[in-house]
Each structure stands twice: as structure tokens, then as C-alpha cells.
Design a binder for this molecule. Structure first.
Ligand SMILES: Nc1nc(=O)c2c([nH]1)NC[C@@H]1CN(c3ccc(C(=O)N[C@@H](CCC(=O)O)C(=O)O)cc3)C=[N+]21
Length: 293
């Protein structure tokens, strides 16, 4: 069993990006700049956005953090997005999800200029991804592709079972794994809450990608000997023995599943850290005008 070390892989990617930023600075080119909009005080969201800003600083990007109380109106947020769309310093920006209930998420995501949509959530980027056109890929699926690639995991002709059909992870992941590419060329099954017998499907999988948010969902009896298991779940569960008061748990019953796997991602330290590296990569591509010219 080999652990897929997302932390190490993320650091390697970020180091490659930092070197490219150095070269851009030497040539007097546009230094990539990421802006992040964070609404409210949810602990998880604050952590993720802070990590993104710290990553920018480490690799030499410019960054702007814009914070609002969760009483902000939809109109105020849309005005800010318009401003960021027009700001020449800002190459890309993200609006951290989830948004407060009184704000329409689809409307907000559609207001972002697709050329600056480094999260890859705008319908234009989703459509371009599906069509196989140059697009910003959502960071989590892109990070999983990087892990498969850098560990040289065979995907061609393999049976990949994706669990979870979210717009951010499960749905795009299923599409990307089916594409004629490496990593890709897999036979894909997409399971979700209406799936009758989840274990029936996962037991046939050479590669399982879980993105549900239910700790312990994938148990050892649901996994074939030698499978590759990628755990995207990151649920905070109370843990009195930690000073934070919580710990992160994936969807996979790691202790019992890991011994059966050829490769498996830990949580934390698996897919999560790669999400940040891929956001940085998308921002670099935005600054270089690589996707839209
Ligand atoms: N507009 C938007 N874009 C996102 O990309 C986005 C979002 N909204 N909303 C929430 C989800 C979640 N997400 C994660 C990012 C990093 C880790 C990560 O680095 N996790 C570390 C642990 C971090 C910790 O200690 O809490 C790990 O798994 O090792 C996890 C989850 C991005 N998301």
C-alpha cells in the first residue's frame, strides 16, 4: 500500500509555480494576482481562504482578501464582482462557498467573468471542460488528476467509480476520468444518494473516488483488493483531545480500507492540499492568458 502524499505533491507543484513567477518577474511580465471573497465567519471557510492567501504570499503572487459580514446583500456582492471583473491587477478571483441562504449562488457564479473564474465554476468553463476546450478546471478534480499522474497510476481501461455528484467534485471528476486522455480513458460509474447498492458498484472498482462528506461511508467490505482509493471528504468531527476541538475525517474508513489498497489518500494531507496548488496553477494560467488568449 502506497500513501498518496498530497501535501508533498502540492508543495512540489507550488515550487514549480514559484519558479515560473520568478522568471515572470525577471522579464517584467504580469505577476499573477488572486483575489478571494469570503463572507461570514464559518471556521472551515476562514481556514481555507487563509490558506489560499498564504499560498499566494509563499509563491510570489499578489493577493487580495475581501471579507464581508453574512448580512451583505446579493446586490452588494454582485457590485464587488463587477469591480473585480474590471480590475486589471486581478487576474483571477474566487467567491468562497457556501454563500448565505439569502444569496443566489448560481447568479453569483454566473456574474464572474469566465476569464477570471479560476475556480472553474462558471457555466462557460464547465461547458468548455465538457466539450474538451481549453478551460479552467475545478481545483479538486484537477488536483486528483495531478496525483494520479505524478504517481504514474494507470487509468486506461480501468473501472473508476465516483461517489457523489456535486457540481464542484463528483460530476466534473466523472467527466474528466472518462475523457480520452491520461489520466482518463476509464470506464466511469457515477454513484449518488439514489444509488441502490453502493457496495455492489464500489467492489467492482479499480479506482474509487469518494466526494460525499459522510465519515466512514466507504468500509473495507466495499473495496476490492488492490484498488486505488481517493478520499475527497473533509468533515470536521468533534475531538475533545485536540486544542482546535475538532479533527478532519474523510469518507473512507481509512484504518480498515488502507491495507486492501494499492494506493490511498490520507485525510488530511491527501486531496485537500492539492486543491490549493491547482487554484494557484489556474491563477498563473490566467495571468499568462493561457486559456482565453
Ligand atoms: N469557491 C470555493 N472554492 C473552493 O475551492 C472551495 C470552496 N469554495 N468552498 C469549500 C471547498 C473546500 N475546499 C478545500 C480546500 C482545501 C482543503 C485543505 O487544504 N485541506 C487540508 C486540511 C486543512 C485543515 O486543516 O482544515 C487537508 O485535507 O489536508 C480542504 C478543502 C475548497 N473549497
Amino acid at each position: 500500500m502506497t500513501l498518496l502524499d498530497g501535501k508533498h505533491t502540492s508543495e512540489a507543484i507550488q515550487q514549480e509555480i514559484a519558479q515560473e513567477v520568478e522568471a515572470i518577474k525577471e522579464k517584467g511580465g504580469k505577476v499573477p494576482h488572486l483575489a478571494a471573497v469570503l463572507i461570514g465567519n464559518d471556521g472551515g471557510s476562514v481556514t481555507y481562504v487563509n490558506n489560499k492567501v498564504l499560498a499566494c504570499e509563499r509563491i510570489g503572487f499578489g493577493s487580495t482578501l475581501i471579507r464581508y459580514e453574512d448580512t451583505i446583500t446579493e446586490e452588494e456582492l454582485l457590485n464587488k464582482i463587477k469591480e473585480l471583473n474590471e480590475d486589471e491587477v486581478v487576474d483571477g478571483f474566487i467567491v468562497q462557498l457556501p454563500l448565505p441562504k439569502h444569496i443566489n449562488t448560481e447568479k453569483v457564479l454566473e456574474a464572474i467573468d469566465p476569464r477570471k473564474d479560476v475556480d472553474g465554476f462558471h457555466p462557460t468553463n464547465v461547458g468548455r471542460m465538457v466539450a474538451g476546450l481549453p478551460a479552467y478546471l475545478p481545483a479538486t478534480p484537477a488536483g486528483i488528476l495531478q496525483l494520479l499522474k505524478r504517481y504514474e497510476i494507470e487509468t486506461d481501461g480501468k473501472h473508476c467509480v465516483v461517489v457523489g455528484r456535486s457540481n464542484i467534485v463528483g460530476s466534473p471528476m466523472s467527466i474528466l476520468m472518462a475523457k480520452a486522455a491520461y489520466p482518463g480513458n476509464a470506464t466511469v460509474t457515477l454513484c449518488h444518494r439514489n444509488t441502490k447498492d453502493l457496495g455492489y458498484h464500489t467492489r467492482q472498482a479499480d479506482i474509487i473516488i469518494t466526494a460525499v462528506g459522510k465519515p466512514g461511508l466507504l468500509t473495507a467490505d466495499m473495496v476490492k483488493e488492490g484498488a486505488v482509493v481517493i478520499d475527497v471528504g473533509t468533515t470536521r468531527v468533534p475531538d475533545a483531545s485536540r486544542k482546535s476541538g475538532y479533527r478532519l475525517r474523510g469518507d473512507v474508513d481509512f484504518d480498515n480500507v488502507a491495507p486492501k489498497c494499492s494506493y490511498i489518500t490520507p485525510v488530511p494531507g491527501g486531496v485537500g492540499p492539492l486543491t490549493i496548488a491547482m487554484l494557484m496553477q489556474n491563477t498563473l494560467r490566467a495571468a499568462k492568458k493561457e486559456v482565453y488568449g
